[in-house]
Design a protein around this ligand. Structure first.
Ligand code: PAP
Length: 338
């Protein structure tokens, strides 16, 4: 009989072995020199290079290789993992609010009223992502950190020390539409078409893609090690956010108490982190971070529509069906469905 938990564990185990062998090869050259040996492929607003089946901007891959060497995981770290445009801002806001509620409460002086959710939870591998990016090594425990890295590229040790990982994914059609808008806004002169982006995405060629492999790695880990990896979907939060807040609080080791339940804390967390509330705040409307002459990430670019199913306004139903079929085929037998 094929037990999904057993085969997920087996898949994880063989991946770890492969990783160890490949890591030995990398250690011989600097990340910069190593990345320079990889062929770049054009198509998105910046060229991407492929490493262990995943596609990255070269500078970012260099950062990933560096943090794999330097990052020291702690047992009580919480890592929020996403593929870009799958709800990173939202899960950062929710996890930050839930884990800090005994310190900040949910009142008028809550940090999210004056700080962008992207900035209150730093990325492990993207140092310039927040205007006030802290030194993550100096942060007090327990640290709340974010990443877009595939599970197989998380710094070694994150698994063995037992870090908790929350993975948030989203219907790939909506993630693609969100990606296209983001690229065309953030990168100066970018003018990607839906048809072009769709073709690349369907091939598995997208930043941090193939989309399905990224999801599958975290999915299998969540099946094999449910106490360490929580797998969530954007659509699930949309349909029952209060229930997800409870689930998150439980998983993160800070379950809602009976008093909090009676006081409506879960609903208050949902309200504070809602698209409507966050977009009404000045900090999420103005300002931003300039990464280079051609890349400006405004605070408002992380909020567009925040709905499920917007893909239908940007691609044909035939395209939607095609992408669904590709993704279904790639996920076949895993138990993960969109
Ligand atoms: P990142 O992965 O690049 O860091 P991310 O937050 O995942 O960014 O992408 C933004 C998407 O999340 C946008 O989706 P859309 O383009 O389909 O609209 C954005 O609107 C959505 N989003 C941001 N904050 C929220 C929120 N509080 N609730 C629901 N959706 C949100």
């Amino acid at each position: 009989m094929n037990d999904p938990a057993e085969s997920a564990t087996e898949t994880e185990r063989s991946t770890t072995q492969e990783e160890e062998e490949e890591e030995e090869e990398e250690e011989e050259v600097s990340p910069k020199d190593f990345v320079a040996t990889l062929a770049a492929r054009e198509g998105w607003s910046q060229p991407l290079v492929q490493y262990k089946k995943y596609w990255f901007r070269p500078g970012l891959l260099e950062r990933i290789l560096l943090v794999r060497q330097a990052f020291v995981p702690r047992a009580d770290d919480i890592i929020l993992a996403t593929q870009p445009k799958c709800g990173t801002t939202w899960i950062k806001a929710l996890a930050f609010t839930i884990t800090n509620r005994s310190r900040h409460g949910l009142d008028d002086d809550h940090p999210l009223l004056t700080r962008h959710p992207q900035h209150v939870v730093p990325f492990i591998e993207i140092p310039g992502a927040g205007a006030d990016h802290p030194d993550i090594h100096a942060l007090p425990s327990p640290r709340l950190l974010a990443t877009h890295m595939p599970m197989s590229l998380l710094p070694p040790g994150t698994r063995s020390v037992g870090c908790r990982v929350v993975y948030l994914c989203r219907d790939p059609k909506d993630a693609l539409v969100s990606r296209l808008h983001f690229e065309n806004k953030v990168f100066k002169g970018a003018n990607l078409s839906m048809d072009g982006a769709f073709g690349m995405f369907c091939e598995g060629f997208s930043p941090y893609g193939p989309f399905w492999d990224h999801c599958l790695e975290y999915w299998r880990a969540s099946v094999a090690r449910p106490d360490n990896v929580l797998f969530l979907k954007y659509e699930e939060i949309k349909s029952d956010p209060v229930q997800v807040v409870r689930k998150l609080a439980e998983f993160l080791g800070v379950p809602l108490t009976e008093e909090e339940e009676s006081a409506g804390v879960a609903r208050a967390v949902v309200r504070l982190c809602s698209f409507e509330k966050l977009t009404s705040l000045q900090v999420n409307q103005v300002g931003g971070v300039r990464h280079s002459e051609s890349v400006h990430v405004s605070n408002s670019v992380f909020y567009r529509k925040g709905v499920v199913g917007d893909w239908a306004n940007h691609m044909s139903h035939e395209m939607g069906d095609k992408l669904d079929r590709i993704v279904q085929h790639k996920l076949d037998g895993s138990g993960l469905v969109f």
